[in-house]
Design a protein around this ligand. Structure first.
Ligand code: FE2
Length: 405
C-alpha cells in the first residue's frame, strides 16, 4: 500500500464500502484501534456514538457501493435467496460459498503435492503413491459437496506455476466431467488420479524446451513428446494400476492415428484416455502462461469442437461443453450495465448463470461484490465473455482478498 492511498476524513464523510486504516481523533474512553471495512451504515453510526471524530481511510481497499443497482438488488432479493440468509445443506451438498474456503485449501495442497512429486521424480527419488491417491479422493469429495468451488479455482492462475496448476486443474475438471457423466465413484476417483499424474514426465524435459516461449522446432517437439514415455515409466515404478497408466499414456493420442507416442487410433484409445485428451487440451488453451494470456473458455471450446471428429471424440466434446456451460464457472463476463462479473453457478438457462458482480467499467473501480441470478432478472444480461487481462485488472489478488474470504 502506498501512502498516497491513505486519506484523512471527518466521521461525517465515512460511508459504507470505505476501509478504515486508523482512528485519528476520538473523544470518550473506549479507544478503537481495529482496522477494517465499513460494511454497513450501522457501523458508521456506532463509530459516531463512540466519539470518533476523524479517521484515516485506505482508498486502495475501498469498495464503491453499486448505487445504480439498488433498485435491481431489491428486485433480485424478492425473487432469489439473499446471501445473508443461512445457507442450507442438502445431504452432503453445501453452497458455493461454504465450499470455497475448503476448496482453496485443497487447491493449495494439490499444488504442494504436485511440487513434491515433481521434485522427487526429477531427483529419481521414490514417492509414496498413497499421498496423491488420497489427495485425489479429497478432491472428489469437494466436487461432490459443491463442484463449482474447485472448478472456479481452476480459473485463478499464477503464470509461473503452469506445470503445477495444469495437472491439478485437469484432475479437477476430469472429476467434474466424470460426475457429470454419472460415472461410478471409483471411475471418478481414477479420473482425478490420472489427471493429477498425467504430465509427471514433463519434469524430465530440459527447461529450455519445457519453458520455451512460443513454438517448438520439430526436434524440440520430439524431445517434448518423450514426456509421455517418462511419465509412464514413473507411474509403473510407483505401482499405479495399469488402466490408469494406460489413460496417461493415451493423453496425446488422437482418433485419426496422428497422435503420439504410439499413433493409436479409434477404439484402440480408452474412454478415460479420450476424456483426458479433451480436458488436457481445454486447460492448456485457457491457461495464462508467462509468454501469453490464456484464451476465453468459449474460444477454447470452439477449438475443441474443430478437432472433432478426426482428432477428439465428438460425443465427449459435446458433453464436455454441456458440462462446462457456455459461460463456465470462474470465467469473467461483461454485463449489459457496464460491469464485470464472475460466473459462480450454472442455472437452468445456459446463457443466464448466477454471477458475482465486482467491477464498474464506467468508473474503473472495484465494487463491493454482489451476487445476481441473471436467470431471475430481466434488467441485466451478459454482453460478452472477457478476460481480466483485457482490462488490466489484477483479478487474482482481488479474488484472494475479497471473494475467497
Ligand atoms: Fe502432456
Amino acid at each position: 500500500m502506498s501512502d498516497s492511498a491513505l486519506k484523512s476524513i471527518k466521521i461525517s464523510e465515512l460511508k459504507p464500502g470505505m476501509y478504515v486504516h486508523q482512528i485519528l481523533e476520538q473523544s470518550g474512553k473506549v479507544q478503537i484501534k481495529s482496522k477494517g471495512r465499513v460494511t454497513k451504515k450501522a457501523i458508521v453510526d456506532s463509530l459516531k456514538r463512540r466519539g470518533v471524530k476523524r479517521l484515516i481511510i485506505d482508498v486502495s481497499k475501498q469498495f464503491v457501493p453499486d448505487e445504480d443497482n439498488i433498485e435491481e438488488a431489491a428486485d433480485d432479493t424478492a425473487r432469489s435467496t439473499p446471501s445473508s440468509e443461512p445457507e442450507k445443506e442438502v445431504g452432503n451438498a453445501v453452497s458455493f460459498t461454504q465450499e470455497l474456503l475448503r476448496a482453496e485449501r485443497i487447491h493449495k495442497r494439490g499444488k504442494a503435492i504436485q511440487k513434491q512429486l515433481l521434485n522427487a521424480v526429477k531427483k529419481g527419488l521414490p514417492f509414496d503413491n498413497k499421498i496423491p491417491r488420497e489427495f485425489s479422493q479429497n478432491l472428489v469429495s469437494s466436487i461432490d459437496r459443491n463442484p463449482d468451488a474447485l472448478v472456479c479455482l481452476t480459473k485463478i492462475r499464477e503464470k509461473d506455476d503452469y506445470l503445477l496448476e495444469h495437472s491439478l486443474n485437469v484432475a479437477i475438471l476430469l472429476a467434474n466431467f466424470g460426475r457429470f457423466l454419472e460415472m461410478s465413484d471409483q471411475e471418478v476417483e481414477d479420473l482425478a488420479y490420472a489427471g493429477f499424474l498425467h504430465d509427471i514426465g514433463k519434469i524430465r524435459i530440459p527447461d529450455s524446451i519445457l519453458h520455451k516461449p512460443g513454438r517448438l522446432t520439430d526436434m524440440e517437439m520430439n524431445v517434448m513428446k518423450d514426456h509421455v514415455y517418462y511419465g509412464v515409466n514413473v507411474l509403473e515404478e510407483m505401482n499405479i494400476a495399469s488402466h490408469l497408466v494406460q489413460a496417461v499414456s493415451e493423453h496425446h493420442e488422437r482418433l485419426d492415428g496422428y497422435g503420439y507416442p504410439n499413433g493409436s487410433r479409434g477404439d484402440e484409445i480408452s474412454r478415460a484416455g479420450r476424456m483426458l485428451a479433451v480436458v488436457d487440451m481445454y486447460d492448456a488453451l485457457t491457461a495464462d502462461r508467462c509468454y501469453k494470456a490464456g484464451m476465453p473458455s468459449q474460444k477454447a471450446l470452439q477449438i475443441l469442437l474443430g478437432e472433432t471428429p478426426n482428432k477428439l471424440d465428438a460425443e465427449l466434446v459435446q458433453l464436455f461443453i454441456k458440462c462446462m456451460g457456455i459461460y463456465p464457472v470462474g470465467s469473467l463476463v461483461k454485463l449489459s450495465n457496464e460491469r464485470l462479473a464472475m460466473v459462480t453457478e450454472q442455472t437452468d438457462s445456459t446463457t443466464a448463470p448466477k454471477v458475482k458482480v465486482f467491477y464498474s467499467l464506467r468508473g474503473n473501480h472495484f465494487l463491493e461484490p454482489k451476487d445476481i441470478d441473471l436467470n431471475s432478472t430481466t434488467t441485466v444480461k451478459i454482453d460478452k465473455p472477457v478476460m481480466a487481462s483485457d482490462y488490466k485488472i489484477n483479478f487474482n489478488a482481488f479474488f484472494e482478498k475479497s471473494i475467497a474470504v
